[in-house]
Design a binder for this molecule. Structure first.
Ligand SMILES: [Zn+2]
Ligand SMILES: [Zn+2]
Length: 112
């Protein structure tokens, strides 16, 4: 069983993250009070506004979160595929899968 870490200490935030959080205090997905600032690209060194997104626990680390279901499903489920900030990362993730699929197909052709 998993314990819900409701009372854990607030995560350390950089200045840029705190500032972003101050102006975006609500979850991008559901509008509830957010508790985390997520790095959209996965690059935790990149604290630019375009790479940060406020998310609540459920949508950041919970069962329906970007870290649990992955960027592609997350964007599709919550209609972020056309969101300016998420689209780039989504397209890249989808592109990577498509690239791998094509590589597999090419390999298959050579095997026959
Ligand atoms: Zn949420
Ligand atoms: Zn995150």
């Amino acid at each position: 069983m998993r314990r819900t870490p409701l009372k854990t200490k607030a995560p350390r935030r950089t200045k840029a993250q705190s500032r972003y959080f101050k102006y975006h205090p609500r979850c991008r997905v559901c509008g509830k009070p957010a508790c985390d600032v997520h790095h959209i690209s996965g690059n935790r060194q990149d604290d630019s506004d375009e790479n940060l997104e406020s998310l609540c626990w459920e949508h950041h680390r919970g069962d329906r979160s970007v870290h649990t279901i992955g960027i592609i499903r997350f964007c599709e489920w919550f209609m972020l595929t056309k969101d300016l900030k998420w689209q780039k990362v989504y397209d890249k993730a989808v592109g990577k899968i498509e690239f791998n699929r094509q590589m597999e197909e090419l390999k298959g052709e050579h095997d026959t």
